[in-house]
Ligand binder design. Structure first.
Ligand code: MD6
Ligand code: FE
Length: 214
């Protein structure tokens, strides 16, 4: 029997811009191992709502693993080797995350990516992330690998000016987005997460962004 919809190779990488590649489902085979690796990270460094320099609390809850973690407080945004809640170093980057990020980067054309920071973002239905640039890292020549888990999201993929109209990119469970080079400083954000229940993660979206921050 010939199955006309049989896709032997799974969804193929999609180039969204010259140095931005979406790898649909790239992390799916690794999801259980990823969640196993995240559990001890979240025990040692639970999700928290950090304060913005303006004094508000972020809608997204976050934590980190790796030798550096992204933090925000009244003094601004930066990378810190310690968790401000515990005073301890962030939990180590799980080897599976390091490996997955390296393979995703290579697949997208960025060889030799060795991240030292993984920001873990937690969204509930209704949570959004406003347009921003990632510019707290030391070397913008390094790419970013972003892994989406749980509820689907609409990623806003903008240009180099805040006023550039962003494209709407659907991101689902297990999708991996890799970007760098001339796309590294594009404005981006996440639309409010639609209500829903993901079969594995329930009423949440988790996004992992791996970076070489130091
Ligand atoms: C998110 N992601 O997808 C938020 N930043 O939840 C980001 O802010 C992000 O996915 C830089 C590179 C990739 C990203
Ligand atoms: Fe970002």
């Amino acid at each position: 029997m010939i199955q006309s919809d049989l896709d032997l190779f799974g969804p193929q990488p999609q180039r969204l811009a010259s140095q931005t590649v979406l790898l649909p489902g790239f992390a799916v085979p690794e999801v259980e191992a990823l969640l196993d690796a995240l559990r001890p990270v979240l025990r040692a460094a639970p999700f928290r709502h950090m304060r913005t320099p303006g004094g508000l609390h972020m809608a997204v809850a976050l934590t980190n693993c790796g030798s550096l973690g992204w933090v925000s407080d009244e003094k601004g945004y930066r990378y810190s080797p310690t968790d401000p809640v515990s005073g301890q170093p962030w939990p180590a980057l799980p080897p599976i995350l390091l490996d997955l990020a390296g393979r995703a980067a290579t697949t997208a054309g960025f060889d030799g990516f060795v991240p030292d920071a993984c920001l873990v973002n937690h969204y509930l239905p209704g949570t959004r992330l406003s347009l921003h640039q990632d510019r707290d890292e030391a070397d913008f020549g390094q790419p970013i690998v972003s892994i989406s888990l749980g509820l689907p999201a609409v990623f806003l993929f903008g240009g180099l000016q805040r006023s550039d109209r962003p494209r709407h990119i659907p991101l689902g469970h297990g999708d991996v987005l890799v970007w760098g080079g001339e796309d590294r400083l594009r404005f981006h954000g996440v639309l409010p997460i639609k209500p829903g229940v993901h079969p594995r993660l329930g009423e949440r979206r988790i996004n992992l962004t791996l970076r070489k921050a130091g």
